[in-house]
Write a protein that binds this ligand. Structure first.
Ligand SMILES: C[S@@+](CC[C@H](N)C(=O)[O-])C[C@H]1O[C@@H](n2cnc3c(N)ncnc32)[C@H](O)[C@@H]1O
Length: 264
C-alpha cells in the first residue's frame, strides 16, 4: 500500500465515516443492495478491504460467517474485535485463502486504491479464485466524476491543489493526492462505469449487474434532514431502487456496485 494511503487511514476516519450525511446514505444504500443481492444464508463471506468491519459486523450479526482482510493493522484489530468476525492483514492482490472457499467475496475498497489496471484485474482474479463456482463477487468502485461533483458541492475546486488533482483525475481516472493529510480523499482510481465489464471478464467472471449505490442524492444539501426523517428516507430509498440500474445516472453516483459471478 502506498505510504500516503496508509497515512490517510492511520487518521482513523473509517470508524465513523458511515455514521452521518453522505456516508450514512452510502451505508444504507449498500446495505439495502446487499439485502436484495445476497442469496439466502448463512453464507461464508470474505470482506476484502473491510476496514473497521462496517459491513462485516452487521453481516455477522445477520448470521453469516465473515472474515475481513485489510492491509491496515488498525482496521484488522477493530474488525477482529467485533462479535462473530475474524480478520487478518492482507492484500486483495494475493489473498491467503484457499481456492473456492467462500460463497461471497466483497471488494468494497481495494479496487479504488489500485491505480494500475493490471493490479485491479489481479484483485478481481484473486476474488474469482477464492469464491466457489456459482458464488458472487461484489465490488464497489468510485465513479470518474465524483471529485468534480464533490469539488463543487463542498467548494474544494477553489483550492488550486485540489483543482490540479481534479484536472488529472478527469483525464485519466487517477486521483493522486500525495499529501495524506485528510483534507481530500487519498490516492485512488476513479472508474468510468463502462470500464467494469472488461475487468470482470478478464478475471473469468460473469457480469451480473451494476447498480448506483448513492445515485445523485449524495450531493443534496438537505441530505442530513432527509436521513433524520424516516418517511423521507424511505421515499428516497424507494426512488433510488427504481433508478439504480439506469446507466445514464451511474456517473452521477459517488459509488457504483458491480455484481459478478463465478461460472458454475
Ligand atoms: C474507504 S475504505 C472502505 C471500507 C469499507 N469496505 C467500506 O466500504 O466502507 C477502503 C479500504 O480498502 C483497504 N485497502 C486499500 N488497499 C487495499 C488492498 N490492496 N487490498 C485490500 N484492502 C485494501 C483500506 O485499508 C481500507 O480499509
Amino acid at each position: 500500500m502506498q505510504s500516503e494511503i496508509a497515512q490517510y487511514y492511520q487518521r482513523g476516519g473509517e470508524a465513523t465515516r458511515l455514521d452521518a450525511g453522505h456516508g450514512r446514505w452510502e451505508f444504507l444504500r449498500t446495505w439495502d443492495l446487499l439485502g436484495r443481492i445476497l442469496p439466502a444464508g448463512p453464507l461464508s463471506i470474505l470482506d476484502v478491504g473491510g476496514a473497521t468491519g462496517v459491513y462485516a459486523g452487521p453481516l455477522a450479526a445477520a448470521g453469516h460467517e465473515v472474515h475481513v482482510v485489510d492491509p491496515m493493522p488498525e482496521h484488522v484489530a477493530a474488525s477482529a474485535a467485533l462479535p462473530g468476525v475474524t480478520a487478518a492483514a492482507g492484500d486483495a492482490r494475493a489473498l491467503a485463502e484457499p481456492d473456492a472457499s467462500r460463497d461471497v467475496v466483497l471488494l468494497f475498497g481495494p479496487l479504488y486504491h489500485l491505480v494500475d489496471r493490471a493490479d485491479r484485474v489481479t484483485a478481481w482474479r484473486e476474488a474469482a479464485r477464492v469464491v466457489r463456482p456459482g458464488g458472487l463477487v461484489l465490488a464497489a468502485t468510485i465513479n470518474r466524476y465524483t471529485s468534480l461533483l464533490d469539488g463543487y458541492a463542498k467548494g474544494f475546486v477553489r483550492d488550486p491543489g485540489f483543482a490540479a488533482i481534479l484536472t488529472t483525475t478527469l483525464a485519466t481516472g487517477v486521483h493522486r493526492n500525495l499529501s495524506g493529510d485528510g483534507r481530500w480523499f487519498t490516492t485512488a482510481y476513479f472508474h468510468r462505469p463502462d470500464e467494469l465489464p472488461g475487468e470482470v471478464e478478464e478475471a473469468g467472471l460473469t457480469l451480473e449487474r451494476r447498480a448506483a449505490i448513492e445515485g445523485p442524492l449524495w450531493m443534496m444539501p438537505d441530505l442530513a434532514q432527509i436521513l433524520a426523517d424516516g418517511e423521507r428516507t424511505a421515499q428516497a430509498m424507494a426512488l433510488l431502487r427504481a433508478v439504480e440500474g439506469e446507466p445514464h445516472l451511474w456517473g452521477a453516483s459517488s459509488h457504483l456496485l458491480t455484481v459478478a459471478s463465478r461460472p458454475a
